[in-house]
Write a protein that binds this ligand. Structure first.
Ligand SMILES: [Zn+2]
Length: 264
């Protein structure tokens, strides 16, 4: 089964029905990450339409400043979410440095909650890689997906050592540096994503909407880079994701439903 571990399904607009149909036809298990509260509420509704979609609550670093004084409200949504994301730090694309302390405050609140509630994280780490690793160490939260890692190689190695999972996404189709990263990740920590629907548009500076089957292009590219086959990468990623959510009380239903063949 294909796994797309980081998607913004609420951003499809008129193409949502088509996207859900593609997910169903191709059996793509999809982690639908929220950017903020309204986005999570939309995703919960979308999640009711497909048992292949897992909506998760997070506040994107771009939105953190609006939520830094609303932590109890955030806490209620975290309680209701089976996992956490998208959260993180962005000190590269977010230029307004006055938001950085809010980013840190919101992120640390999420990580502390993840530790307490034993939920896995979906993390955006742009130019905050080292600091995020420090927080994961501080709270001893090992079940973390590092989404679209593009930071320094030495921090990548330290995160691998710590046991973080990594999603390789569409940039592997275009960037030599991301290809290096895709080769460096240990077998047991490799996951895949698309960051649909906006990632291709952002990378190619055009108006292309990333549809769910783009995940196949990612799997094919990763397979070629790792001297493997698409089928082998698909099954490796499924095994890894299954291990990540094993023993997760909030995800047991999904695990047994979707991954029975592996569990047996
Ligand atoms: Zn994202």
């Amino acid at each position: 089964m294909l796994i797309d571990a980081h998607v913004h399904l609420d951003k499809y607009g008129d193409l949502l029905d088509r996207a859900l149909e593609e997910i169903k036809q191709n059996r793509i298990f999809t982690i639908a990450t929220a950017m903020d509260v309204p986005s999570y509420l939309d995703l919960q509704k979308i999640g009711e339409r497909s048992d292949l979609v897992l909506p998760t609550f997070g506040i994107h670093p771009r939105r953190a400043a609006e939520y830094a004084d609303r932590l109890p409200e955030i806490g209620r949504y975290i309680e209701s979410s089976p996992a956490i994301g998208e959260i993180g730090l962005d000190f590269h694309w977010v230029k307004d440095m006055s938001t950085y302390s809010a980013q840190r405050k919101v992120l640390e609140y999420f990580i502390a909650a993840a530790r307490e509630q034993k939920k896995f994280l979906n993390l955006h780490t742009k130019a905050g890689e080292k600091e995020i690793l420090g927080l994961l160490e501080k709270y001893d939260v090992q079940r973390a997906i590092i989404h679209w890692y593009s930071g320094p190689m030495d921090i990548l190695r330290a995160m691998i050592e710590f046991g973080c999972y990594f999603t390789i996404g569409v940039e592997v189709l275009y960037s030599d540096y991301i290809k290096e990263i895709a080769k460096a990740i240990s077998d047991h920590l490799l996951l895949t994503e698309t960051d649909n629907p906006g990632a291709l548009r952002w990378l190619k500076k055009n108006d292309e909407v990333g549809m769910p089957t783009v995940i196949k292009d990612v799997v094919n590219a990763v397979a070629a880079l790792r001297n493997s086959t698409p089928d082998q990468i698909e099954s490796l990623v499924q095994t890894n994701f299954s291990r990540l959510i094993a023993n997760d009380p909030g995800l047991r239903a999904i695990e047994s439903q979707l991954f029975r063949r592996i569990v047996d």
